[in-house]
Ligand binder design. Structure first.
Ligand SMILES: Nc1ncnc2c1ncn2[C@@H]1O[C@H](COP(=O)(O)OP(=O)(O)OP(=O)(O)O)[C@@H](O)[C@H]1O
Ligand SMILES: [Mg+2]
Length: 250
């Protein structure tokens, strides 16, 4: 069975705005899947629906066969996920290591063990000991991203969700972070779902890419096949992304 199944998912907001219009997609265990699409096409709505933060209007979402609508299995369902938010969402009043201990503490109650796990995770994402006791505001955006990743993996998730993982980073740091995410996904063997409008992220991270347009999946396939996939919207999206990246020197 697929790890995540979106089964004809529809989401209409009050007032009648239909953002998701029958999204069907299967994501396999251990796969790194990217959902790519223009700003406003419904990527975040899809991610929030997966986490049950938004209630879908019809259809279903299943994770290991558990429905997002099954209230009795809510905790078991949510425990499978960890999310790296766009803005990192580190706690400003906690040091870097305290932030990661907070993550480890979600699944482990032994204080000393949590500290050891936090140290391991911070080193694994390439942060040096000298930053462990600093506050988020005292480190760079790239380092904050690493710290947020360390906290996300300290929860020992089965599924990692990345929301625009390179936003706010310069192209070089963005590339470094993409490589780190890739190494992390592969070394942990987790299933990863990333939402982004950045083609470069898709090319770096994806085993498969799905393009979301007008409330539906327009195409699913390998990033390198996008350019010649035969779907007009997908090919145009690919072309436009490359023009933008050439103009911005990426
Ligand atoms: N809670 C809400 N109530 C009403 N409309 C909403 C709500 N959340 C999102 N929308 C609408 O759904 C549409 C899709 O929004 P969404 O945030 O999913 O876009 P996105 O693809 O994530 O865009 P971006 O790349 O800019 O983050 C937008 O038109 C937005 O206004
Ligand atoms: Mg969004």
């Amino acid at each position: 069975m697929s790890k995540i199944i979106f089964d004809h998912v529809c989401k209409t907001f009050e007032g009648g705005l239909r953002v998701l219009n029958g999204v069907s997609l299967k994501i396999e265990a251990g796969e790194s899947h990217i959902i790519l699409g223009q700003s406003g096409c419904g990527k975040s709505v899809l991610l929030k629906s997966l986490l049950g933060l938004l209630q879908i209007t019809s259809g279903d979402i299943l994770v290991d066969g558990i429905s997002v609508k099954d209230k009795k299995c809510r905790q078991k369902y949510l425990r499978k996920f960890s999310i790296l938010f766009q803005g990192n969402a580190l706690f400003d009043s906690m040091t870097i290591i305290e932030n990661v201990i907070f993550g480890a503490n979600q699944v482990n109650s032994d204080k000393a063990k949590c500290r050891k796990i936090a140290e391991e995770k911070l080193l694994a994402v390439g942060l040096e000991k000298r930053v462990f006791d600093l506050y988020p505001a005292e480190i760079s955006g790239g380092m904050q991203k690493r710290a947020a990743l360390a906290r996300a993996i300290a929860v020992e998730p089965e599924i990692l969700l990345f929301d625009e993982p390179t936003s706010g980073l310069d192209p070089i740091t963005g590339g470094v972070i993409c490589n780190l995410l890739n190494d992390t996904i592969k070394s942990l063997g987790v299933t990863a779902l990333t939402i982004t409008h950045d083609l470069k992220v898709a090319e770096f991270l994806a085993d498969r890419v799905s393009v979301l347009n007008k409330g539906n999946i327009a195409w699913t396939g390998k990033a390198q096949d996008m350019e010649t996939c035969g779907n007009e919207f997908v090919e145009n999206f690919h072309r436009a992304s490359n023009v933008i990246s050439r103009k911005s020197g990426r």
